[in-house]
Design a protein around this ligand. Structure first.
Ligand code: NAD
Length: 476
């Protein structure tokens, strides 16, 4: 069994107790990581605090140079990182390698962005010189989930380091291995010891000790609404800012005039990527009643042709992250069946043969879902697509906005006015027209409306989350 260490102050740290990491494609244990508690978190936060006194003073060009070197090392190790990511998350190898490329891109992007991130001057009157400048928070805490460990690591750590913060990151207990590998690469790139610390362990212990620590200045959390609430309370107790990137129940909305050649693969990919365990998964299909039958038939066909297997076989659909996650998804399906749901494709776990003891589930299509039912409202986090018909654009907007979430939406239409009206009226952080997602979208501000969270990461906007503005006033 491979023992992997936490990275604190540039050093490898082990603990007596460990947390097992499983390969979801086989159910086998692939590594053991430290079960960090308050003592290790304290070490990591102190290391970040010490490093922050220096790192914030490093010239922007020099910070950017180190981040660019980090990006180059990630590109150099793309295949290894992709392999490790596929192994720990179950996502097909091709997707995992692409995630590694995007991880490098984040560090390149924020290296450039921070070099042109200026304050402003304010022309109040002739006797006063007023200007603003952006300053780092200091020590930032980052808690991330298991579905896109590398990409989310990068989207939250790259802007934080670029702005001059020092960081302590806790990856999810299910998939911590690439974050640890990235922490070692950051040291190789020349990042000072202590500027980036990665502590592993469970959410209730390591995560809670980090987000409740008395010496952190900012929290960036990506995960479920439930844990987001707990973390927001911890931040409120200490009056520190928090960015919450939470869940979604995002709709793909297909109008009668949609180009089906684009809409069908767009809708299918939006739900099957990472086996539906994506915050921005297009898990609801709202379809105009006049094209309902043809669209459902074509998605049924597409689901029937999906190739399913272990991450390293690099097919279209891998397993779910864990047995617990698969059971959770199956319980949604059981409840829906009990209420007479029309499951028109999939609906079952896959076991034996190539699926072995992995956590596989068929791509599942459920027709005529009541928008107010659990399947129409709750984040299932599996390859399950819920279809609801709408009569007109007003009803489409009503259904689209009819959940607690507001992360992403897709609109499929050839009509310019319908497209713009939907962008204006749908309550979501990103609205896509005739596409869904934007190849990783490193450059695009991302974040939720409503219970999908607050604050923004990605894009130039992401830098502002990791800085505070100061106004200087000089009387002449
Ligand atoms: P989760 O909330 O259970 O866990 C996320 C992280 O929080 C993990 O590292 C976990 O260890 C930690 N954690 C758990 N309890 C904690 C506590 N009490 N204090 C501090 N940390 C704690 O979520 P998950 O199951 O890992 O991920 C799935 C969820 O994440 C879904 O809701 C999904 O939509 C959301 N997500 C959102 C985005 C986004 O950008 N909006 C991206 C990916 C995933």
């Amino acid at each position: 069994m491979k023992q992997v260490a936490a990275v604190i102050n540039g050093e490898s740290i082990q603990t007596r107790n460990t947390v097992a990491v499983l390969d979801p494609s086989s159910g086998e244990v692939i590594a053991e990581t430290p079960d960090c508690g308050p003592a290790e978190i304290d070490l990591a936060v102190s290391a970040a605090r010490r490093a922050s006194h220096q790192w914030r003073k490093v010239a922007v060009a020099d910070r950017a140079r180190i981040l660019r070197r980090f990006a180059q090392l990630i590109e150099r190790d793309r295949d290894d990182l992709g392999h490790l990511e596929a192994l720990q998350t179950g996502k097909p190898l091709r997707q995992a390698r692409r995630d590694a490329e995007l991880t490098a891109r984040y560090f390149d992007f924020y290296a450039s962005a921070v070099e042109t991130h200026y304050g402003s001057s304010i022309p109040l009157n002739a006797d006063t010189m007023i200007f603003t400048q952006w300053e780092p928070h200091g020590v930032t805490a980052h808690v991330i989930p298991w579905n896109y460990p590398m990409q989310i690591f990068a989207r939250t750590i790259a802007p934080a380091l670029a702005m001059g913060n020092c960081c302590v990151l806790k990856p999810a207990e299910e998939a911590p291995l690439t974050a640890l590998r990235l922490a070692s690469l950051a040291l190789e790139a020349g990042l000072p010891a202590g500027a980036l610390n990665v502590v592993t362990g469970y959410g209730e212990t390591a995560g809670a000790a980090l987000t409740g620590h008395s010496d952190i200045d900012h929290i960036s959390f990506t995960g479920s609404v439930e844990v987001g609430r707990t973390i927001a309370r911890a931040a409120a107790n200490r009056v520190i800012p928090v960015t919450l990137e939470l869940g979604g129940k995002s709709p793909n909305i297909v109008f009668a005039d949609a180009d089906m050649e684009r809409a069908v693969p767009g809708v299918v990919n939006a739900i099957l990527q990472m086996a539906g365990q994506t915050c921005s998964a297009g898990s609801r299909l709202l379809v105009h009643e006049s094209v309902h039958d043809i669209l459902v038939e074509r998605i049924q066909q597409a689901f029937a042709n999906v190739t399913i297997g272990p991450a390293l076989s690099d097919l279209t659909l891998g397993p779910l992250i864990s047995q617990a996650q698969r059971s959770r998804v199956l319980s949604f399906l059981d409840e829906a069946r009990g209420n007479g749901a029309k499951i028109v494709a999939g609906g079952s776990a896959l076991n034996g043969g190539v699926f072995g003891e992995g956590f596989f589930l068929q791509p599942t299509l459920i027709d005529d879902v009541d928008p107010d039912s659990p399947l129409g409202q709750e984040e299932v986090f599996g390859p399950v697509l819920a279809v609801t018909r709408f009569r007109d654009i007003d009803e489409a907007v009503q259904f689209a906005n009819g959940t607690d979430y507001g992360l992403v939406a897709g609109v499929w239409t050839r009509d310019l006015s319908t497209a713009h009206r939907m962008i204006r009226e749908v309550l979501a952080g990103q609205v896509f027209v005739n596409t869904y997602g934007a190849s990783g979208g490193v450059e695009l501000p991302f974040g939720g409306f409503k219970r999908s969270g607050y604050g923004r990461e990605k894009g130039a906007e992401g830098l502002r989350s990791f800085a505070q503005i100061k106004t200087g006033v000089v009387a002449l």
